[in-house]
Design a protein around this ligand. Structure first.
Ligand SMILES: [Mn+2]
Length: 318
């Protein structure tokens, strides 16, 4: 049986279903779990379906999450979305569930579920959910379509990234035709931002160090974050805006997170493959988009040197 049919038969079998995703919620993770929950509830109104994990204030407009208690694990199905490794699943104890399904588009890290649908050629987890909906009797409506569209748009950076394929457009096109979804107004909530963030982006532009090999990096202190009235997550949220700078091949934003006592680090690339280097520092992610954490800024120097070398050898190969 096709994997989507197998997933559907498990969804049909279980009356209690929990849908989880990775820590540090982003739109693809949130939209995939919210859309799948709403679709299951639409298709099987008597089931109990929960989308769980810590909410992100910034993305509240994407939809509501659910609360669960300790009784949740009994006879329950867990579906984890957009998260390759067990330790980064947010809000649940994975091993306590009776049956587990994973749907993800990241390269494999751990295998920890009974069914794993992994497709790292997919633009996003939302694209896989859309494929699941079209392959089974799970229902699609305008609200679910809007949610999935936002997840796909966000993970592809408005269809900019290389993993945007004909399949992405085919699925999105079919979804728009079937539900009447249009793009009118759809980007407002996702892309509108306050002037202070634009000013802060100017600070990064003016203060990042760019090496002759094409590595750009910046260490942003808590003091600077306070000065611009932004939080430690802001640099990571705007890092994709720094693509297509001629002199920059790989760029790294580090910000001091005083609440959690670590240095948040986001890395992007438009050529060299970076997730391997990130894994040397307990991080990981996609080949052109990765991240990791440090105790302090000094600890990050090894990463900076390694990425600079990476840029150097990449340029040589060219
Ligand atoms: Mn994703």
């Amino acid at each position: 049986m096709n994997v989507y049919k197998r997933i559907y038969s498990k969804i049909k079998k279980y009356d209690k279903i929990v849908i989880a995703r990775h820590v540090g919620a982003d739109p693809d993770a949130l939209c995939s779990q919210i859309a799948l929950r709403d679709s299951i509830l639409n298709t099987f109104p008597s089931k109990k379906v929960y989308a769980v994990g810590s909410p992100a204030t910034k993305f509240r407009f994407l939809g509501n999450l659910d609360k669960i208690d300790e009784n949740i694990y009994e006879n329950s199905l867990l579906i984890v979305l957009d998260v390759p490794d067990k330790k980064r699943v947010d809000g649940v104890d994975v091993d306590k569930f009776e049956y587990k399904i994973k749907i993800d588009h990241h390269p494999v890290v751990d295998t920890y579920c009974d069914i794993e649908k992994i497709d790292d050629t997919s633009s996003s987890t939302c694209q896989l959910i859309l494929e699941l909906l079209f392959a089974t009797k799970l229902k699609l409506n305008l609200g679910i379509a809007k949610t999935l569209y936002l997840g796909i748009v966000s993970d592809t950076n408005r269809f900019l990234y290389f993993y945007t394929t004909s399949k992405t457009f085919e699925l999105v096109s079919k979804m728009m035709k079937e539900t009447g979804l249009t793009v009118e107004g759809i980007y407002d909530e996702l892309y509108m931002r306050p002037l202070k963030e634009f000013k802060f982006q100017g600070f990064i532009t003016n203060n990042m160090i760019v090496t002759e090999n094409g590595l750009a990096y910046i260490k942003i202190t808590d003091e600077t974050l306070k000065e611009y009235d932004v939080d430690a997550a802001t640099p990571g949220n705007m890092i994709n805006n720094f693509n297509y700078v001629d002199e920059v091949l790989v760029w790294v934003f580090m910000s001091e997170d005083k609440n959690n006592n670590y240095i948040r680090t986001s890395i992007r690339s438009r050529g060299p493959i970076i997730n391997e280097v990130a894994s040397h520092y307990n991080g990981g992610g996609h080949i052109y988009a990765s991240g990791c954490r440090f105790k302090d800024f000094d600890e990050a120097d090894g990463l900076i040197n390694e990425l600079d070398e990476l840029c150097k050898s990449y340029k040589k190969e060219d």
